[in-house]
Design a protein around this ligand. Sequence first.
Ligand SMILES: *Cc1c(COP(=O)(O)O)cnc(C)c1O
Length: 394
Amino acid sequence: MEHRPPAVPGAGHAFETRAVHAGRDDLAALGTHAVPIDLSTTYPLPDLPGAALALDAYAEGELPEGSPIYGRLTNPTVRRFEDALAELEGCEAAVAFASGMAAVTACLLAAAARGRRHVVAVRPLYGTTDHLLTSGLLGTEVTWAEPGGVAAAVRPDTGLVMVETPANPTLAELDLVDLAAQAGEVPLLVDNTFATPVLQRPATLGARMVLHSATKFLGGHGDVMGGVVACDEESARVLRQIRFATGALLHPLAGYLLLRGLATLPIRVAKASASAATLARRLAAHPAVERVHYPSIGGALVAFEVANDPMAMVSALRLITPAVSLGGTDTLIQHPASLTHRVIDDTARAEGAIGPNLLRLSVGLENEDDLWSDLSTALNHTSTPSRTRVPAGV
Ligand SMILES: *Cc1c(COP(=O)(O)O)cnc(C)c1O
């Protein structure tokens, strides 16, 4: 499939320009340059009747003008990040949470609040998302569907269709236009963590809700956790009501760091994707690599299956860090069957094609030849002429 760059949101300026300026457009008028961080948990309320009316609006999930009143209702620094991300995803609004999983939880609670506890989902999903759905911890019931079987799996009590593309960890891709058509009236929730709005804007393809683990590419430096859902204002109101009532807030310092991350998102994703594409090609040509998965839309992640012991390969790396998470400035590698997708059962791993020899590489901003030298040395170190396979079930 040929990659077509997604349409540019907002009027006038290109995506990378908006990535730098979104959420900051009023700063010059305020006579400042860097984004102010507001750490207030409470605000003075000299106008008591006005504050009481504003509270009514907050309780409805609205964002009234004037005082934020209390830190659990809204925060000006977090608001800037939300507005910027909404703009970059081409959505009316965005609601930020303490983590990606807090954002997933809020979406499930929002569906349940409408009496719709049934979810149709396509595997693979991020391991903890799969676990949250399968375990029934939130009282949801899930039907796992093939990409072509989503419409058939939808029931009158279906509240969400949930997908990831490219998916964690196999980088499998889905046709979002087709899935949105299959979902019909049911909101399609797309986890866009891997693609980022630089490579794909699901809302322009029919998704009602676009979710991010902001911990990954949006923050981009491995030092802040957060989650965010970009959507229409009506859905955002419900998510704000849930956040207000359940308290899974994004801290203002995290909001500051995430907004700062957005400014360099296009350039980081472009650089890491270029290196990842090169590494994917070189890996595919290496005799110790059985299979390489690299998305047609590009991106900083490469999944590959090694012929020999994946653990031995990972322990032979010197520059690349063995660690979970992704989307940071440095290159990380992990073994999904042992780590990110350990919490799900064997059926789920089989359905998601998460094999025992699969490794997931998150390419950072290092020089690609340095990365290849580390990878190829480790692969050579662990290859044997007999190409002994590790036993299944590792
Ligand atoms: C990491 C991740 C999550 C969960 O996000 P946290 O910020 O760790 O809670 C959800 N979806 C995907 C695709 C992820 O990679």
